[in-house]
Design a protein around this ligand. Structure first.
Ligand code: 2P0
Length: 354
């Protein structure tokens, strides 16, 4: 992918300089990322594997501006505080890489809930990285774009691509680690599963995944065994994806996710994202399996449960979970595309459809 630099000649109003608009989709990890070996560079302890979804996209526009400061609109309101600082810090990184100093006007909106364990930071920083790189004229191939998105939020490295994706932990520290820690698509083209997202709480989580991750890696006696078992989970998951074996994918995903939550529960103090409503959904998934339905659960840094099943079973799974009570609302997702960007020079699918 090659972006043509947005011109800064004349430094008129931001819109006059042209804006780049990117659309990125969330991804749900089937083998989780939980823990960093380098917090500044966002280098993970373990590799992870995800599925990009076709729901809840983030749309982000970036326009280089002649203003004195970055201006950020987030879900229809001016961004402030920590949310603004995170985006400013990321824009500083992009500017440093591009050798540019002008500020930017950023408008970003999530179609789904924000900060509720539904991967809004993955779609958010994938879209921001792509739109900002285009706006500042950074020429990045998809791998470099994945590495850049990683610096905003680790899981965003995976949302550059569609379909099934592995984020390689990479090797070493510093620049070596930075260069080797990127996501890439891994095929699985025979698979066309559904992911029934059972939202039991739309609110933003009280402990950010960043803080929870650190607390877990620093204090849980179960962290190291989980990280070690994750290596085997990833190897087996890659094989299961390659042979299109949905029940195996589901079993590995469920055990890996519950193991991750076990590490959080054994952190000191404990981090607990699971609520009684999450457990009710987990019970329903077990009951579905007992009835012969291949349905498997995964849960991220929040109480909401995602249930992997076949496309044919999705309506039955969704109806079963919706039937649990008013506390559950389901949305069914399928495999989604990689990030796409529109610049003043045209539209481009960066990460591909699968
Ligand atoms: C994942 N999660 O693999 C895991 C599973 C949540 C649970 O990646 O600190 O928002 O910005 O790198 O990417 C959520 O963490 O964290 C996440 P940072 P991020 O999807």
């Amino acid at each position: 992918m090659t972006f043509t630099p947005a011109s800064t000649a004349g430094a008129g109003p931001a819109t006059a300089l042209g804006e780049s608009v990117a659309v990125a989709y969330p991804n749900i990890a089937l083998v989780k990322y939980w823990g960093k070996r380098d917090e500044d560079l966002f280098l993970p302890v373990t590799s992870s594997l995800s599925m990009t979804l076709d729901i809840f996209p983030t749309t982000t526009s970036v326009a280089v501006s002649d203003g004195p400061a970055d201006v950020v609109e987030f879900n229809g309101a001016p961004a402030t505080g920590a949310a603004l600082r995170k985006i400013e810090t990321f824009l500083e990184l992009v500017r440093a890489k591009a050798g540019r100093t002008e500020r930017a006007v950023v408008v970003t909106a999530n179609a789904g809930p924000t900060g509720a364990g539904l991967a809004s930071s993955a779609s958010g920083f994938a879209a921001l990285a792509t739109a900002a790189a285009a706006a500042y004229g950074l020429e990045l191939d998809p791998r470099a774009l994945s590495r850049l998105a990683r610096r905003g939020s680790g899981s965003a490295s995976r949302s550059i691509f569609g379909g099934f994706v592995v984020w390689n932990a990479g090797e070493g520290e510093g620049q070596a680690g930075d260069l080797s820690s990127y996501a890439e698509p891994i095929g699985g083209d025979d698979l066309d599963p559904a992911l029934v997202v059972a939202v039991v709480n739309q609110s933003a989580k009280s402990v950010s995944s960043r803080v929870a991750m650190r607390q877990t890696t620093d204090t849980s006696p179960f962290y190291r065994p989980w990280a070690e078992s994750s290596v085997l989970d990833l190897a087996q998951m890659r094989e299961a994806v390659a042979r299109g074996d949905l029940p195996a994918i589901g079993e590995i995903a469920e055990r890996n996710a519950l193991g991750m939550h076990a590490t959080m529960l054994t952190a000191r103090p404990a981090v607990r994202y699971l609520s009684p409503h999450s457990l009710a959904v987990l019970d329903a998934v077990l009951a579905l399996r007992a009835d012969g339905v291949a349905a498997y659960a995964t849960i991220d840094a929040g109480p909401n449960v995602k249930v992997l099943c076949t496309r044919a079973d999705a309506a039955h799974v969704a109806a079963t979970l919706d039937g649990l009570g008013d506390f559950v609302t389901t949305t069914t997702a399928h495999i989604g595309p990689g990030v796409a960007v529109t610049t003043p020079h045209g539209a481009l699918s960066v990460g591909g459809d699968r």
